[in-house]
Design a protein around this ligand. Structure first.
Ligand code: E4P
Ligand code: PEP
Length: 338
């Protein structure tokens, strides 16, 4: 951490800071330039942040050099991590395809979607039993009955389950069926939920908040990590911009950026990013080209009857092309299909 003093700051102003830092157990190194003094701080930065240094006399700015997140930071963990979900790897050597229905609607629809996903090369099944909807009148998911359907489909197809939990009170229940817990964009800064999934002892997929900066996203991941769970996969799913032609704007730069800042795997959701079936394939190609560790994709046997997000669901015909694209692009990035 570096403190930049005002040009008119006095020697006493700088001395007061040095004394405060010493009292806090740190060290402060004063460097006096021609027009400015800067003070470099060494020690527990998190503690220094509680000292209200910005409000001290003579201080122009306080600049943090290290990242505010520790456990998920790449600074302290240079090797990129691989997270295993019931044995399926998500990490730097592979492209993992997670696919399935947006929402679990019926046993038949879920099984059919899962078989379509598996045929395309998916190794994990997605599907929401608890749906966070904009409208309280929209389909909210089947709840535990949906989890039971997912468990039956897992038994039938062998595909481990990724499913969303929207309420901290439901974490234990959802975890008793799931192989990976999903925290969605709308709950990405629900800190109570993040702590609860962190304590669940199971891999977590954390979507980026639609309005969150990359730093806020990583701080959210830190909440999970702080509870002793480092099996976290970050998912870029598009952010809110001024553009309305697409549902959200896929922030492709967030993938390499998050991977540079954090050791956690980063996947992309091209379905919720574009919100349109015809964009899923090009956005998947883009995701793999920028180094995504996987993609998560909505599929539906009859999207025109879907109770949630039908316009972005892939049908059987689209999946062949998607599968071919992933198989062709993954080796170009020195990866195999997981
Ligand atoms: C994810 O699947 C969400 O539940 C869904 O995209 C929300 O869509 P809505 O804004 O139409 O409710
Ligand atoms: C989902 O994947 O089911 C979902 C709710 O996505 P998001 O949180 O990204 O909108």
């Amino acid at each position: 951490m570096v403190i930049v003093m005002n040009p008119d700051a006095t020697r006493e102003d700088a001395d007061a800071i040095v004394a405060l830092i010493a009292a806090a157990g740190g060290e402060a190194f004063v460097s006096r330039g021609v027009s400015r003094t800067i003070i470099g701080l060494v020690g527990d930065v998190t503690h220094f942040e509680t000292l209200n240094l910005k409000s001290m006399r003579g201080v122009a700015d306080v600049v943090r050099i290290s990242t505010p997140y520790k456990l998920v930071s790449r600074e302290n963990h240079p090797e990129r991590s691989t997270v295993r979900v019931a044995g399926v790897p998500i990490g730097p050597d592979t492209v993992t395809l997670i696919a399935g229905p947006c929402a679990v609607e019926t046993p038949e629809q879920t099984l059919e979607a899962a078989l379509m996903a598996r045929a395309a090369g998916a190794t994990l099944l997605r599907g929401g039993a608890y749906k966070p909807r904009t409208s309280p009148y929209a389909f909210q998911g089947l709840g535990e009955a949906g989890l039971r359907i997912l468990a039956d489909v897992r038994a039938e197809t062998g595909l481990p389950i990724v499913t969303e939990v929207v309420d901290a009170h439901d974490v234990e229940l959802v975890a008793s069926y799931a192989d990976m817990l999903q925290v969605g964009t709308r709950n990405a800064q629900n800190f109570t939920l993040l702590q609860a999934v962190g304590a669940a002892g199971m891999p977590v997929m954390l979507k980026r908040g639609m309005n969150a900066t990359i730093e806020e996203w990583l701080m959210a991941a830190e909440y999970i990590a702080q509870r002793g769970n480092l099996d976290i996969v970050l998912c870029e799913r598009g952010i809110r911009t001024f553009e309305t032609a697409t549902r959200n704007t896929l922030d492709v730069s967030a993938v390499p950026m998050a991977q540079r800042l954090s050791h956690l795997p980063v996947i992309v959701d091209p379905s919720h990013s574009g919100g349109r079936r015809d964009l899923v394939l090009p956005l998947t190609r883009a995701a793999i080209a920028v180094g995504a560790d996987g993609v998560i994709i909505d599929v539906h046997p009859h999207p025109e009857q879907a109770l949630c997000d039908g316009p972005q669901a892939l049908i059987r015909d689209d999946l062949d092309e998607l599968s071919r694209a992933i198989r062709a692009f993954a080796p170009l990035m020195n990866r195999t299909l997981a």
